[in-house]
Structures are given as C-alpha cells and as structure tokens.
Design a protein. Structure first.
Length: 195
C-alpha cells in the first residue's frame, strides 16, 4: 500500500497550519484534505511520482491516483472522519440508487478496490482555544468488505464484518453508509499532527 514520505507529511502539516490560520470555523473537510494530500505528494522532489486528483469523487471512484517511481498505480480514496473513543467514524457512499436492495448495496460496497487514507480529526479545547488533531491512517480496501447479514435496527440497518468493522446504512439519509472502524484493526498510521 502506498504511504506518504516524511517530507510529504511535513508539508501536509504546514498546509494544515495555513488552513487553520485562514479559517477559524472548523476542521479541514474531506475534499480539502484531498487537495492538500495531492499537494504534499507533489512536494517531495526526491520522488518522481505522478499524481492526479479527480476531486469530490465521494461516491464511487478513487479520489487520487498515484503512479510511483516503479510504475505501480495506486488508486486511493481519501476520507475524513472523526475519532470517538477507540474507533473512527467515517461517512461513505450514498446508495439510494439501489432502492433499499440490501443484496445490491452489499455487492456495490464489496466491489470497492481502492485503499484509503483516512484522516480523522479530534478537537482538544482549553483556556487558550481549540487544537485540531489530525492523523493519517492507511487502510486496505479489504477492511471494508461485508461478509455478514444486515439486521434492521429502528431507523437503520447494521452489520459487522469478520474484521470487527461496524457498517450502518441510514435510509433517511439517501441510504448513506457509515463505517465505525476500531482503531485496533488499523495497523498503519502516522504521528499526530496538532494544529
């Protein structure tokens, strides 16, 4: 799986600082993170990698394609999310086009072949204001695979997969998918970036 170099991470951190100097209202959104990650990849001149960014490909496709020095193609989705206790909560695809057909939704979700950079944030507040804390998690596409049945629970459908991932489908939100990823099943992560 493709991982950012230390130079890329440092440049990403520098750009996040600039973002928060300009915008005091809140976190850096997923589409903005995509652009900053692409900029960071291009900033490491020791690499001759080519990177393209589609922009706002939230629904079905890769966000970023990286062709590394060896010619390997790395298709990546970039997601934000939020760390809550020992898990990351990430929003995903809207699957309303399948009209509630759970089998078709499962097949669609399992067809995803893109690895992900998940860049959640959390806020620490004190007398001096807010600190935004980001971290990049590298997540293999296999973590998201559904291998158990859906159960209806009030206003949503829920399933867990054999890796411990919780997947929710929320019909009233255009059948949007939400993933609750235990931190314990993600092995690869970067240091915290504190802004």
């Amino acid at each position: 799986m493709y991982k950012l170099t230390d130079i890329m991470i440092q440049n990403f951190e520098n750009d996040l600082k600039k973002f928060h100097e300009l915008f005091r209202g809140g976190r850096c959104e997923a589409w903005q993170l995509e652009e900053l990650i692409v900029k960071a990849i291009k900033s490491d001149y020791s690499k001759s990698e080519r990177v393209t960014w589609k922009g706002r490909g939230h629904d079905t496709d890769k966000d970023v394609q990286i062709i590394d020095n060896n010619g390997k193609i790395n298709d990546i989705q970039i997601k934000s999310g939020k760390i809550m206790k020992e898990k990351i909560i990430v929003s995903g695809h809207r699957t309303g086009r399948f009209n509630g057909n759970l089998s078709e939704i499962t097949n669609f979700l399992n067809s995803n072949k893109y690895d992900s950079f998940i860049i959640p944030y959390r806020i620490n507040s004190d007398n001096y204001g807010n600190k935004f804390i980001y971290r990049i998690f590298y997540v293999n596409a296999e973590i998201f695979k559904i291998d158990k049945e859906w159960k209806y629970d009030g206003n949503k459908y829920i399933t867990y997969n054999s890796k411990g991932l919780k997947i929710l489908l929320v019909p009233k939100m255009s059948w949007q998918v939400w993933w609750e990823i235990p931190l314990s099943i993600i092995n690869e992560k970067t240091r915290e970036i504190i802004i």
